[in-house]
Design a protein around this ligand. Sequence first.
Ligand SMILES: [Fe+2]
Length: 253
Amino acid sequence: MDAIERLVAERKFSAVIVSGDLTQRARAGEYQCAAVFLRDIERHAPAIAVPGNHDVRWWLAPMKVGREENLFGAWSRYLGRPIEPTLTVPGVTMVGLNTSQGITPRTLTWNMRDLSVIGDLRDEQIADATKRFAAAAAGDLKLLVLHHNPVRGELSHRHGLKRPARMMQALAATGARVVCCGHDHEVAIHFVEHASSGTIVSTAGTLSDRSRGGRPSACNVIEVSEREIAVETLGWSHASLGFGTTQRLCFPR
Ligand SMILES: [Fe+2]
């Protein structure tokens, strides 16, 4: 975490995207640490953050029994941030959507370990993202931020998001050229082709010792120019005690 804070201080990013799971069990102390982390990040760059499945107090309203606003009570109280934020910096409009909805009739599964883990998006959320992108300045890159990965992880063999094929189409139809997510604990860069063009999906790795396959912690850096979008993966090195480039892919705008 020290290294990532150093990276943010040194690289002077236009924005920092935190795609969720800021906590392990949505506990007060974990949220306090997350609040300090975001505060320190925002000394250097504006941040956009969306909740992950671990950040939801799903047991307060399982199956919509109980007050749904309690699910994100701690998020609001400790972070003081919306769960579906919009962040605009020169040239880029970022729209956050909450895919972490706890246990609902739509995310029910026979696999007990997946209860409260599966990601979901409702049609209203897609419509709302489309509306927020429509208000973006002409020529802005449109970037969606969500927690659950819509593309299958290479090691996990799993999609985080329910109905991934349908969702991928819906995400592209919002106008988003780039989708940033996390959840899978394996860093990845994908290009998903579809009829009109294609969507770049940047899956952040985890900044913890819970990476899949014993791989190093990693994050992605996105560079946007007039002509191209470059996504670079920075992996942690124990030898240098810092992050170094492990891959860099370029895509046309
Ligand atoms: Fe997650």
